[in-house]
Design a protein around this ligand. Structure first.
Ligand code: KU1
Ligand code: FE2
Length: 220
């Protein structure tokens, strides 16, 4: 699947059915080889180019619950792109492919919804870099207070990632799964979907190698 638009891909319907089933059963869905190697690499090249241009900003400070001082407990650096910028065309193509599978899953479901949501918008793409040296993200819920975001979609860009050496595991603690957790490695060309609300508290464990991801949040 090189430059075939997502909705024309032969496995498009299967991808959407896969998302519908996993989101209904688990509230989490992982798809590998989402864009294919070549296109994945073009997206990675654009992200590396952005990073080397120094346009990423430090993730905002978050008060450390343990102590009352404002302490950087997240080492992520982010930049928001909408995909139409000159240097973000491939990221823009990724975005429209994620849109295609999310909207496709939304329509394809018998009740025309994905988990009782009618998706009608999304944020821009948040390109995030965890610079290594133990940078992490404490356990949190993306949308704890009904801000409208219902699905989190994260596309990972990390080639030759060795979770034991490099860390950076995403651990989801799905509500109602008692003590089970979903451990997701941030592997190159992997995309992850999960409900953004309190059903899916999650954390990014300390990363010891530069770790890139692109996140989209879908609204209903
Ligand atoms: O990268 C991952 O695997 C998971 N990542 C997250 O859960 C995550 N969630 N919410 C954020 C808000 C602002 C900046 C970065 C983030 C962020 O990496
Ligand atoms: Fe998150």
């Amino acid at each position: 699947s090189t430059n075939v638009p997502m909705s024309q891909r032969s496995d498009y319907v299967d991808l959407c059915r896969n998302i519908i089933r996993d989101m209904d059963l688990y509230g989490v869905c992982v798809l590998d080889n989402f864009l294919g190697y070549q296109r994945g690499m073009t997206v990675l090249d654009e992200v590396l180019n952005l990073y080397n241009m120094g346009v990423f900003k430090d993730g905002q400070l978050v008060r450390n619950k343990a102590s009352n001082n404002l302490k950087t407990i997240r080492g992520d650096q982010i930049i928001w792109v909408d995909g139409r910028e000159d240097s973000c065309k491939q990221i823009g193509q990724l975005i429209s492919d994620v849109d295609a599978v999310v909207m496709g899953s939304n329509k394809m479901n018998d009740n025309g919804k994905l988990g009782n949501y009618t998706i009608n918008g999304r944020t821009k793409a948040m390109v995030a870099c965890y610079p290594g040296h133990g940078s992490h993200y404490v356990k949190h819920v993306d949308n704890p207070n009904k801000d409208g975001r219902c699905i989190t979609a994260i596309y990972y860009l990390n080639k030759d990632w060795d979770i034991k050496e490099n860390g950076g595991l995403l651990r989801i603690f799905p509500e109602g799964w008692s003590d089970q957790v979903a451990d997701i490695e941030p592997l190159f060309d992997r995309i992850l979907f999960f409900w953004s609300d309190r059903r899916n508290p999650h954390e990014v464990q300390p990363a010891f190698k530069t770790r890139y991801a692109i996140t989209l949040w879908y609204f209903d």
